[in-house]
Design a protein around this ligand. Structure first.
Ligand SMILES: [Zn+2]
Length: 280
């Protein structure tokens, strides 16, 4: 992806590129960042990485050449498969989401319909409810990208359905060893939960008392990522290994825990409560 303007967010870009290269593309993304960040340009770069045919760019899949007809169309907002939903007055209204739903039913030209909801955090309650229904149904090859300045205005159920990236970088996983440790911890905890290991064993692995605020939020991000990868792999199997709704319930529980931490519930309490919900 040609995210040249976003060098500060290199880590995030690496992860996005890697997910496209691995074929781990989710149905719904949320890009959050302050007003000063051009989230739409960021989304377009990502879309180019997803749609620009592999082989056209020397770096291969997940990159975009930025020069082909397809990339050009994306730059000029006239790619037939991409729709942009804008706010009408002060909010993104129900009608706009209805129109989006209709549009997503049309067969795409390039293999994927993509809807970008600008100012998604200004959706009315009705619009959010309607969007949630779309996110809960199988989206086929469609992809929905929500752009937001403040995701706290979105319901937990919507958030739990989206892969979230914060573009300002402030909440990005820290570099190096610590991040690797937390990633490993997240994988072990999710593994134990899926195996229905006894609570005391998962709690021991969690060792919540040792976690700072940043650690806890990083751990939740990583656990969510593990579940999302399982969902994507699950989709590829003819006979799904796990019940999809149960996996989404777990992501929802993680989202609720994030909310608790933002409300300054104790880390130990919030995380132990989480593993009670998602374990077994
Ligand atoms: Zn291209």
């Amino acid at each position: 992806m040609n995210f040249a303007d976003y060098e500060d967010n290199r880590k995030l870009i690496d992860r996005l590129e890697q997910s496209v290269q691995d074929g781990r593309i989710s149905h719904a993304y949320l890009f959050e960042g302050p007003e000063t960040v051009d989230k739409l340009a960021f989304a377009k770069s990502f879309i180019k990485g997803v749609l620009c045919p592999p082989g056209r760019s020397p770096a291969g899949r997940g990159e975009n050449c930025g020069r082909c007809e397809l990339c050009d169309k994306i730059d000029h907002d006239n790619h037939e498969d991409i729709i942009y939903i804008q706010k009408d007055g002060k909010s993104v209204k129900d009608e706009a989401i209805i129109a989006m739903q209709e549009r997503l039913k049309v067969k795409p030209l390039e293999g994927k319909n993509i809807a970008v909801i600008c100012d998604s955090d200004q959706m009315t309650a009705r619009a959010q409810n309607r969007l949630l229904k779309t996110l809960e149904e199988p989206l086929g090859k469609a992809m929905i990208i929500l752009l937001s300045e403040n995701m706290e205005n979105l319901t937990s159920t919507i958030l739990s359905r989206c892969v979230k990236f914060r573009i300002n970088g402030s909440s990005e996983p820290a570099e190096g060893k610590k991040a690797a440790n937390i990633r490993a911890k997240a994988e072990e905890i999710v593994g134990l939960c899926l195996k229905k290991a006894p609570y005391y064993q998962i709690r021991g692995k969690l060792n919540a008392r040792k976690l700072t605020d940043d650690d806890a939020s990083m751990l939740l991000d990583e656990m969510e990522r593990v579940y999302r990868n399982i969902i994507i792999d699950n989709d590829k199997n003819d006979v799904p290994l796990y019940d999809l709704d149960r996996l989404y319930d777990r992501i929802y529980a993680i989202e609720e825990t994030r909310k608790e931490l933002r409300l300054h519930v104790s880390i130990t309490y919030a995380l132990q409560n989480l593993i009670l919900k998602i374990g077994g």
